[in-house]
Ligand binder design. Structure first.
Ligand SMILES: [Ca+2]
Ligand SMILES: [Ca+2]
Ligand SMILES: [Ca+2]
Length: 501
């Protein structure tokens, strides 16, 4: 299906509809088919004779639109030739190419003639001729792609990456690594690459969170097991020492298979919230804890406990003068099909505002576009009635309805055991990237970058091959933008550079 947005009316145009013979075209080289659950139009032989006068598209355009996008969904069993046009716009009745999209084996070329010269942009490792449906979105105004920049080799598998900035020191990442005997590491961005800076003893670390209290910088780790079997479990806060230029242990907090820390401020007071996942092997219905900084003792103290079920993630956000926390509840001991909860700060503590049904939720990502407020949940798995586990399910983006003061479903996105969402912006463009980790058979899957397309919502624009993908983080250096992805299956994380056209 082609859609071309003309700048004057901003309505999508169905180009495929215009080239199909009237009456459905069941005979000849074009016929309607059902394939892998989608209805499509099958072309037999080269489709290059399927054309129509483009003049009928540009009735309100005095010149060729400067901004447009082409969306096409296609399934190609194999390429007939190594080089094949899938879309062209020609000048008048000539063969002169104005706009074209050409596929070669694993590349997609976008060609456009401007002021007499043909400009070509190549997207590598596209690989659409594999007999599966693919949706390609080409947005002419900014062409972004992701380039491998660095493999960061870690001591063991990485469950979380935390990017942070220390004044006068620069950009760092902390990786939460599985292996307790090897610990977790902090890397510093040096000459455009991450170099190991410090190693910290951790116990099956699940997450790091960087935060500040006043002018002091801290890192807190979520340890998911005890130092030795049978001992109490502790997560540890580390303080940045200006003298040693290292993080040093500051405070230990008793946690239960901790999965995540969230740090936030309310009215200049500092808070930390831990997601306690389970007590022992079986009990998932336990309290997660919110701590508050005591400026006299300079320590965090328990401020509130909140009953959670296999809690995996806390996300704090503010809207105007209001403060919110949302928890991802994964599992209650029986089901993953349970409520996660949004809390609102009133009278010195958090109160339940809204419950949202989630499916093995492991991450919430809050973001704003214009004045609109969204929450995206990463749903990791759904147990069906027969007791089998579904991994390829919907993860949902919710939008705050200001009138009803509730989050309502905005868009469902099919994901494969989604473990993380990351929202980021490049110029005026807004993106979401999802960590797809497992589809029931394989951990080697594409994670997908979605681009905000206004009323169309989020549309897939890039796929990145990942292996047991666990986390995505976005950061900017002085001259570029990057994404980091971590793997819960292999001992290296990847830094990708965002190339903007
Ligand atoms: Ca992270
Ligand atoms: Ca979080
Ligand atoms: Ca996230």
């Amino acid at each position: 299906m082609f859609g071309c947005i003309c700048s004057t009316d901003l309505l999508p145009l169905d180009l495929l509809q215009r080239v199909l013979p009237a009456g459905g075209g069941v005979q000849g080289r074009v016929r309607m088919v059902q394939s892998q659950g989608s209805r499509g139009v099958a072309f037999a032989g080269p489709p290059n004779r399927l054309s129509f006068p483009a003049a009928q598209l540009f009735t309100h355009c005095h010149s060729f639109p400067a901004e447009f996008s082409i969306v096409l969904t296609l399934k190609i069993p194999r390429l007939l030739r190594n080089d094949e046009y899938i879309f062209t716009l020609l000048r008048g009745k000539s063969d002169q190419l104005l706009v074209g999209m050409r596929l070669s084996y694993d590349k997609l070329h976008f060609l456009q003639q401007t002021q007499g010269t043909t400009r070509r942009v190549t997207f590598r490792a596209v690989g659409v001729a594999d007999g599966h449906w693919h949706t390609l979105v080409l947005a002419k105004e900014r062409l972004d792609y992701l380039e491998d920049h660095q493999d960061v080799f870690t001591s063991s598998e990485t469950f979380d990456v935390e990017v942070f900035h220390i004044p006068f020191q620069g950009i760092f990442i902390a990786t939460a690594n599985r292996d307790s005997s090897l610990g977790s590491a902090i890397y510093r961005w040096t000459n455009g690459r991450f170099e190991q800076y410090q190693n910290i003893r951790t116990y099956n670390a699940q997450a790091w969170k960087f935060f500040t209290v006043g002018n002091k910088s801290f890192l807190v780790v979520a340890n998911s097991r005890a130092a030795s079997p049978g001992e109490r479990e502790f997560s540890v806060i580390y303080k940045w020492s200006e003298r040693k230029l290292r993080f040093v242990a500051y405070q230990m907090l008793h946690t239960y298979s901790a999965r995540d820390w969230e740090a936030f401020h309310i009215h200049h007071e500092a808070f930390l919230a831990v997601a306690n996942h389970r007590q022992g092997e079986m009990n998932h219905n336990i309290d997660s804890v919110i701590y508050k900084w005591n400026p006299n003792t300079k320590m965090f103290e328990v401020n509130q406990t909140i009953a959670t079920s296999g809690a995996y993630d806390w996300e704090f956000f503010t809207i105007g003068p209001y403060y919110f926390l949302v928890v991802a509840n994964t599992f209650n001991g029986k089901s993953t099909d349970i409520n996660s909860a949004i809390y609102i700060w009133t009278g010195g503590s958090f109160q339940t505002l809204q419950l949202i049904t989630t499916f093995g939720a492991v991450d919430w990502e809050m973001f704003q576009i214009g004045g609109r407020v969204f929450l995206a949940v990463a749903n990791s798995q759904q147990l069906d009635d027969a007791g089998s586990v579904l991994y390829t399910i919907n993860s949902t983006i919710y939008e705050l309805n200001i009138t009803s003061q509730r989050f309502v479903k905005f868009q469902d996105i099919t994901t494969s055991s989604a473990l993380d969402w990351e929202f980021f912006t490049v110029g005026d463009d807004k993106f979401l990237v999802v960590a797809n980790s497992y589809d029931g058979k394989s951990y080697s899957l594409n994670s997908v970058v979605y681009r905000w397309q206004g009323y169309e919502g989020f549309v897939p624009v890039h796929s990145v091959r990942t292996n047991g993908c666990r986390d995505w983080e976005f950061f900017r250096s002085a001259d570029s933008s990057y994404l980091v992805s971590s793997s819960a299956r292999t001992a290296f994380s990847k830094v990708l550079k965002l190339k903007t056209y």
